[in-house]
Write a protein that binds this ligand. Structure first.
Ligand code: ATP
Ligand code: MG
Length: 157
């Protein structure tokens, strides 16, 4: 499907902000963004899982920063939180089924979200990386190859 990446991300952020309520602040910024051919359902899965994790694993009042950068070939989505972080020893198993980190405590979950995210990213021919420090926060970065739409081919809106 042809997606307007900015519109798509903005709508998603508004929906998640509504369900998260006033105790969280989601901030979305984008740079150099286009319409592109991407699978809407896969992208929805990827971003919803990562953003809802960012909310769930952050204290109330937490800021979540969501950035989208595009160049001609790649869309880079970065989701950054100031939450509990991921312990070094847990990082290797993060993307395996039913795995939950040792500091997850009573926060609910099944440990499947990131497995689905990784599958969806790889189906897109993309990559996912994580950078995290316990007590400081976590950043997930997803890079997806995009096929830009030639401006003259864009449907009128
Ligand atoms: P669900 O299947 O409902 O998403 P889940 O959130 O436990 O359950 P994943 O989304 O796969 O499962 O995440 C796996 C584990 O990774 C989590 O249990 C949590 O310990 C850790 N984790 C994921 N995202 C974050 C984050 N943003 N900050 C800290 N820990 C995280
Ligand atoms: Mg999850």
């Amino acid at each position: 499907t042809v997606l307007d990446l900015v519109d798509f991300c903005q709508v998603l952020v508004e929906e998640l902000q509504l369900s998260a309520g006033d105790s969280y602040n989601l901030n979305f910024v984008c740079r150099g963004c286009y319409e592109a051919y991407l699978d809407e359902n896969l992208l929805q899965h990827i971003l919803t899982n990562l953003l809802s994790n960012a909310i769930k694993y952050s204290p109330q009042g937490g800021n979540i920063q969501f950035d989208l950068f595009c160049n001609g070939e790649t869309a880079t989505f970065r989701i950054q939180d100031c939450g509990i972080g991921i312990p070094e020893a847990d990082k290797a198993k993060l993307f395996t089924s039913f795995y939950r980190c040792s500091n997850t405590g009573k926060l609910p979950g099944t440990g499947l979200g990131l497995v689905i995210v990784k599958d969806a990213v790889e189906l897109h021919g993309g990559t996912i990386t994580v950078d995290s420090t316990v007590g400081v926060g976590t950043t997930f970065t997803v890079k997806l190859p995009i096929n830009l739409i030639n401006k003259s081919d864009r449907p009128a809106r």
